[in-house]
Design a protein around this ligand. Structure first.
Ligand code: C2E
Ligand code: CA
Ligand code: CA
Length: 459
């Protein structure tokens, strides 16, 4: 039996509207910091009636204001009675933003219940704001002035999310459930989630992922730098009595909020912007050549040292491929690059380079290739390091090369590991030769599939 306007009016009069609380967790610690209140109707003799059956009717008939009032009062009363200062997130419908006295109504509710407006988070589906940006801006400013936080709900599902993000003072971005639910299966969803999280952080917003149902999703989100989560993994929406039971410690059912893995969190050194800054510092200060190529083997980043090895500027590399920048070099490196794109780590490929058209100075490089994986283990690019060991070339190899093509692959005599180790130690830390072995291990340690190879090319 479907629910109609008269049923809804009757339910509101009979006080059948009840708040359900769904926990919101800090993804790094697993701690619950607040709850989103979701409206339900409990009618004798019927199953619980979900918002899908009555919110649209309420919006159409104007009953939505009364729903917001009743739900907010009840939810604020429940949370105001708990010592822990949880936040409370309430949903506001599109139409309600057009009402200038929304701010006054919310202020009255907080005063009436004694719930601090600072703990109130107001969620607005972004599609709601399209009609009247000027009005929305005014209402947002008033709510912020009151101390409330603002969240953009269902991000990614509306028509002009970016326009709204730019023009309105949101605090939190809620990534829609549809992307989260498919992110462990579909590369595209994963990329969208990563892009949304990056966007949120670069705008200084908190990010919250909706619909987290599995450990795998939670772990992936943590790795991607998502701040907060909501979903069945952490707890389904629950009635007030359940919340109070859990608070008083009489039951723990459904309260397992911690994503179980700690290993991924240990590897998390910061938010994307911080990681970028770290990476920049490493690139700028590195005494060895470093670059990163994407799946299409285009230079995404390259440091000065590596660019100088190619005899070209950093900007001349970016967006181009090694094939365009140094075709001879690429011809020899291509098989290794392809293997790295296939997920194989290759270390210490010895490369002889001749500057110019083959008559210039010859230098010897130790090149290592490390595939970069995304959260699902797919290769997204290759990180390459090159160390110029020419000053010690004689110690490394007695190779004299192939006259016709300068290819030295598999012709040379390998230097003993101890010699390479000592050399790397000298290059990387000249004043601490006793540390050479440990330092060089960092550079030349063979990853699982690592190989040592030797080639020579002309650039
Ligand atoms: P919403 O704001 O996006 O709320 C999240 C919805 O996702 C809720 O559905 C919640 O039960 C569901 N959900 C949470 N975690 C999971 C999960 O891990 N898996 C799955 N499959 N679902 C999950 P619900 O309670 O049916 O509410 C639907 C929508 O109704 C809400 O979507 C919100 O837009 C609207 N709504 C609910 N209560 C109110 C209200 O008091 N006022 C207004 N204006 N809208 C409300
Ligand atoms: Ca919501
Ligand atoms: Ca949502």
């Amino acid at each position: 039996m479907s629910f109609c306007e008269w049923d809804l009016r009757e339910s509101l009069e009979r006080n059948e509207l009840v708040p359900y609380f769904q926990p919101l967790v800090d993804l790094r610690s697993g701690d619950v910091f607040g709850f989103e209140v979701l409206a339900r109707i409990e009618r004798p003799g019927r199953d619980l009636i979900l918002p899908g059956e009555f919110i649209a009717i309420a919006e159409r008939t104007g009953l939505i204001d009364e729903i917001t009032r009743q739900i907010s009062v009840k939810a604020m009363q429940v949370l105001a009675g708990i010592p822990t200062p949880y936040t409370l997130s309430i949903n506001i419908s599109p139409h309600q933003l057009q009402s200038a006295n929304l701010i006054g109504k919310i202020e009255r509710l907080t005063r009436q219940t004694g719930f601090s407006p600072e703990r109130l988070h107001i969620e607005i589906t972004e599609g709601a704001l399209i009609d009247n940006m000027a009005q929305a801006r005014e209402v947002f400013a008033g709510l912020r002035k009151l101390g409330c936080k603002l969240a953009m709900d269902d991000f990614g599902t509306g028509y002009s999310s970016l326009h709204h993000l730019q023009g309105l003072p949101f605090n939190t971005l809620k990534v829609d459930r549809s992307f989260v639910s498919s992110m462990t299966r579909e590369r595209e969803s994963r990329k969208i989630v990563a892009a949304v999280l990056g966007l949120g952080h670069s705008l200084g917003l908190e990010t919250l992922a909706e619909g987290v149902e599995t450990d795998e999703q939670a772990e992936m989100l943590v790795q991607m730098g998502c701040d907060q989560g909501q979903g069945w993994l952490f707890g389904r929406p629950m009635p007030a009595h359940k919340l109070l039971e859990l608070q008083s410690g009489t039951s723990t059912k459904g309260w397992s909020a911690k994503p179980k893995d700690s290993e991924t969190q240990a590897g998390l050194d910061g938010m994307p912007a911080e990681r970028l800054a770290q990476l920049r510092a490493i690139y700028d200060g590195s005494p060895i050549g470093l670059c990163y190529l994407d799946r299409k083997l285009r230079y995404v980043s390259i440091n000065k040292c590596m660019a100088e090895l190619d005899g070209m500027s950093i900007t001349a590399h970016l967006g181009r491929t090694p094939k365009e920048v140094a075709p001879d070099y690429f011809a020899h490196m291509e098989p290794y690059l392809l293997r790295a794109l296939n997920g194989e780590a290759i270390s210490r490929v010895e490369v002889r380079q001749q500057a110019g058209s083959g008559h210039g100075k010859t230098s010897t490089m130790l090149v290592s290739l490390q595939p970069a994986f995304d959260e699902a283990g797919e290769t997204v690019g290759v990180s390459m390091t090159a160390l110029d060991v020419s000053p010690w070339n004689g110690a490394l190899t007695t190779n004299s090369g192939c006259a016709s093509c300068t290819c030295m692959a598999n012709l040379g005599v390998e230097a003993p590991q101890s010699q390479i180790t000592a050399l790397l130690g000298k290059i990387l830390q000249p004043k601490a030769e006793s540390h050479a072995a440990s330092l060089s291990n960092k550079v030349v340690t063979k990853p699982r599939h690592a190989r040592k190879e030797r080639i020579a090319v002309t650039r």
